[in-house]
Design a protein around this ligand. Structure first.
Ligand SMILES: [Zn+2]
Length: 373
């Protein structure tokens, strides 16, 4: 660690001074990587629920950082990213300890489901309760055995079912150490928020373990662009913390905002999309045309202000009130600068490729291209 990041935070409670070599009852020596298991619950049959965790230690001392995925059991893009790190070694951990947790909500994951079998959202149960219901006990077991032993956390998510998200980092930017980590991740879009009550990132940050999330892509998929984006972000953060050699790569632009809004369907009907995730839109620009199944146009949904498409529905059939486009609103005047920065990019940049990926994933129509019967 270097610079301000290594300064002790007087507001931070003392973490349990556990030996960073002991995980799940096993010993992991400096310079070693090892798969261990962390017991978090028991199944209906009485079998132990053990999370597969990989501990990767550098030879030198340094921070301990967790990377978690599938806290929502169907959000497996992050699982794919962690698997890529384990199988391809895109970087070497030189200092500190990297704790890789491919699936946190193992019981949800077994059913390809967001929630636990009792239909609770694990990501509203942190820091948990040892005497509470199943979800809170699991949250507590994970929080005590993994989260509290770390100095920082990166939690990988996707959009909920039937939606997609252009990669964006969400973090409490009022927390200075977390803001520096979030900027180091290298995302174009940072949404500043503490996160919902009971979420892993909010509870971890509150407990003195600054934690951000990446929101990227869709459920039930491992998308190559999202994996590349997540792996690069993890590497950037570890470089920022001095655990991995090299310097973090900067994004072509960076927008930090706490202003976002879902544009919702006014009528039940079928949508033709005019934009894709990551696209920059001007106030009044058509986002989607809502038509009856027989083709008659009902209305055009438009951008309320200049913004960037953060996320979208992937399902063209909507009922009134269904979310259609999630927009992020940067400060005035910033969008033109962003457009110029994007125009100057080389075609093979990750930003361009990931935007192309998202655009190919859906049918985007020119609003002028009318479809009246
Ligand atoms: Zn999630």
């Amino acid at each position: 660690m270097s610079g301000a990041d290594s300064a002790p935070d007087p507001n931070r409670p003392d973490p349990p001074k556990l030996d960073p070599s002991r995980w799940g009852g096993k010993t992991v020596a400096p310079g070693e990587g090892q798969a261990v298991q962390i017991t978090v619950s028991e199944s209906y049959s009485g079998a132990r629920v053990r999370l597969p965790v990989f501990i990767w230690r550098g030879r030198r001392d340094g921070p301990t950082v967790f990377v978690t995925a599938a806290v929502h059991g169907d959000e497996i893009n992050g699982t794919g990213a962690i698997r890529y790190i384990l199988t391809h070694h895109p970087f070497e951990v030189a200092a500190g300890t990297l704790v890789l947790v491919p699936v946190v909500n193992l019981l949800g994951f077994e059913q390809h489901a967001r929630y636990l079998p009792d239909r609770r959202d694990l990501n509203r149960c942190f820091p948990g309760d040892a005497d509470g219901p199943l979800a809170k006990r699991m949250a507590h077991a994970f929080f005590e055995q993994v989260v509290r032993r770390c100095d920082f956390g990166l939690d990988l998510h996707t959009a909920a079912v039937r939606r997609t998200n252009f990669p964006n980092v969400r973090a409490d930017m009022k927390n200075e150490r977390l803001a520096a980590l979030a900027r180091a991740f290298g995302a174009e879009l940072i949404v500043s928020s503490r996160g919902p009550e009971g979420s892993l990132r909010r509870s971890a940050t509150k407990a003195g373990v600054p934690t951000l999330i990446l929101e990227a892509g869709e459920v039930w998929k491992v998308q190559p662009g999202v994996v590349e984006y997540a792996v690069r972000g993890v590497a950037n953060c570890l470089q920022h913390l001095g655990m991995v050699d090299g310097t973090p790569t900067d994004p072509p632009f960076r927008v930090e905002t706490d202003s976002t809004k879902w544009v919702r369907a006014k009528f039940g009907g079928f949508l033709r999309f005019h934009v894709a995730p990551g696209q920059i839109v001007s106030a009044g620009e058509p986002l989607a045309t809502n038509a009856k199944l027989t083709g008659e146009e009902q209305n055009i949904l438009r951008a309320p202000r200049d913004g960037i498409i953060l996320g979208m529905t992937t399902l063209p059939s909507v009922a009134p009130g269904d979310p259609v486009c999630h927009l992020a609103f940067p400060k005035r005047g910033v969008l033109r600068k962003i457009e110029r920065a994007v125009e100057q990019l080389d075609q093979p940049s990750l930003h361009e490729r990931i935007r192309d990926d998202f655009e190919r994933g859906m049918v985007v129509h020119d609003p002028e291209d009318n479809e009246r019967p």
